[in-house]
Design a protein around this ligand. Structure first.
Ligand code: SAH
Ligand code: SF4
Ligand code: F3S
Length: 471
């Protein structure tokens, strides 16, 4: 039988990355091999994101590039999945007539049957029905190389309805997977060599509440007991729901990494209210204090939106002020983008593009100083680093740093990238394999990464948290 090949382009968040692996697994079952070569593909899928207008445009520009492929290979099947597919449905077929199948965020489980149907009767299909259960399809990990770190979606959808956000409309209502299903999936990953797991949900703190399952903290405790897993991360926790119980997990669970992503969005109470975030800056700052009390080394990162409708210079100053108070270790900053369905699209007092751009730049410049300072503060310290694999070959920005084929890369518990040299059978001794946790003395800080030197050759531990060791 002729081999069939699938090429898939993923745009958007980690949940889309996870869904892509589920799509691959489902299509492998009907004979498709995943290929990184678009020319070879019999089926090309784009898994789309709609969070901002730019992300949506990215999907359509990718589809534009496919026109010539489709002409060259008339049997080629083109599929559009994910959040733009859910949002636009059959309008996609009007805009890009050569698309064969549009499948929404709840249609991943139905996709293999739909594609088989399409192979027989070549008719356009739109499947954007919402479902109230999550199909138990385990993602494919066979072509991950090496599978040191991976995502597991523990819940889908969102019930928060922040006024700028499209997610509740394109992912549907919040629903949690059963703990046994999640734990079995993680155990299987651990057996196949995965060492770090990131649990995913739009608001992990409300995990299981609707369904009366265990709490998120209890789920973390269970994951913490899985042999073979050495690091646990999660994203995202909504500040309004960040419980004391979860904060205590950072002190109590040895495998939970010392990092939390806690999106604040704005430092102005007026804007937070208009965004329907349901916390104030004071409440947010209280949570930060509690986190730092429970875990002094914790790295805190956040998301910020500039130019939300009605944001004045003084609101923006409040945002800069909050950044100075917290000194985030990292920040994703976005310029507000109108989204269909989201209530803020109807808010008047839109901020001009020029002002948004200027505010974004100011914010990024300020953050740069904190990111760099956070990195610099680690120089001279010894960090435990999960080895991910050989480093990228591009030279470090500082030309005095050697780059050679013995360059490796990994991450600290606080999620900072560390590059280092490991010379097999020389000074540093034993061969290194991805997935090991080793001790590295940090000797240089760049803006977005660190350089260091392995210490205590041969010493590695699967369970060392993020503590600094005396240098
Ligand atoms: N569930 C997560 C966020 C998911 S979306 C949470 O609540 O924190 C990721 C980020 O995209 C958001 O935190 C927000 O900063 C940004 N974002 C969402 N909608 C946006 C919009 N319309 N314009 C600009 N940024 C947006
Ligand atoms: Fe969007 Fe708010 Fe839900 Fe996050 S919590 S996905 S920002 S609606
Ligand atoms: Fe984008 Fe959908 Fe994720 S809109 S950010 S891919 S949930």
């Amino acid at each position: 039988m002729k081999h069939k090949y699938l090429y898939i382009n993923t745009i958007g968040c980690q949940m889309n990355v996870y869904d892509t692996r589920r799509i691959i697994a489902g299509l492998q079952a009907i004979g498709y091999h995943h290929t990184p070569d678009m020319e070879q593909a019999d089926l090309i899928i784009v898994n789309t994101c709609s969070i901002r207008e730019k992300a949506e445009q990215k999907a359509f520009s990718f589809l534009g590039r496919l026109a010539s492929f489709k002409k060259k290979k008339p049997g080629l099947i083109v599929g559009v999945g994910g959040c733009v597919a859910q949002q636009e449905g059959k309008a996609i077929l009007k805009r890009v007539p050569f698309v064969d199948i549009v499948f929404g965020t709840h249609a991943v489980g139905r996709l293999p049957a739909r594609i088989s149907e399409m192979e027989k009767h070549h008719q356009q299909i739109v499947d954007i029905e919402f479902a109230d259960t999550i199909e138990p399809i385990r993602p494919s990990i066979t072509d991950m190389n090496p599978p040191v770190s991976g995502f597991v979606t523990i819940m889908r959808g969102c019930d928060n309805f922040c006024t700028y956000c499209i997610v509740p409309y394109v992912r549907g209502r919040e629903i949690s997977r059963k703990p046994e299903e999640i734990l079995n999936e993680i155990k299987a990953y651990a057996d196949s060599g995965m060492r770090e797991i990131t649990l995913l949900g739009q608001n992990v703190n409300s995990y299981g509440k609707k369904e009366g399952l265990c709490s998120f903290s209890e789920l973390l405790e269970k994951v913490n007991r899985i042999d073979g897993i050495s690091r646990i991360r999660f994203t995202t926790s909504h500040p309004k729901d960040l419980s004391d119980e979860l904060i205590q997990c950072f002190a109590a669970l040895d495998k939970l990494c010392s990092h939390i992503h806690l999106p604040v969005q704005s430092g102005s109470n007026t804007i937070l209210k208009k965004m329907n975030r349901r916390y104030t800056r004071e409440r947010y700052l209280e949570k930060i204090e509690k986190l730092r009390a429970a875990c002094p080394d914790i790295a805190i990162t956040s998301d910020m939106i500039v130019g939300f409708p009605g944001e004045t210079d003084s609101d923006f100053e409040d945002t800069l002020d909050l950044m100075k108070t917290v000194a985030f270790d990292g920040l994703f900053a976005f310029s507000y983008s109108d989204r269909p369905h989201a209530p803020a699209v109807h808010f008047t007092e839109k901020v001009s593009e020029t002002d948004k751009k200027a505010r974004l730049q100011k914010l990024l410049d300020l953050q740069e100083t904190y990111t760099r300072a956070g990195n610099t503060s680690l120089v001279g310290k010894i960090e435990s680093v999960l080895v991910e694999g050989p480093g990228k070959k591009q030279p470090a920005t500082d030309s005095s740093v050697d780059v050679d084929e013995n360059q490796w890369t990994g991450r600290t518990s606080t999620n900072r990238i560390v590059n280092f040299i490991w010379k097999e059978n020389t000074l540093h001794g034993t061969p290194l394999t991805p997935g090991e946790i080793i001790l590295i003395k940090i000797n240089r800080a760049l803006s977005h990464s660190l350089w260091g030197e392995p210490v205590h050759p041969g010493i590695s531990s699967q369970n060392i948290k993020g503590e600094h060791y005396a240098a």
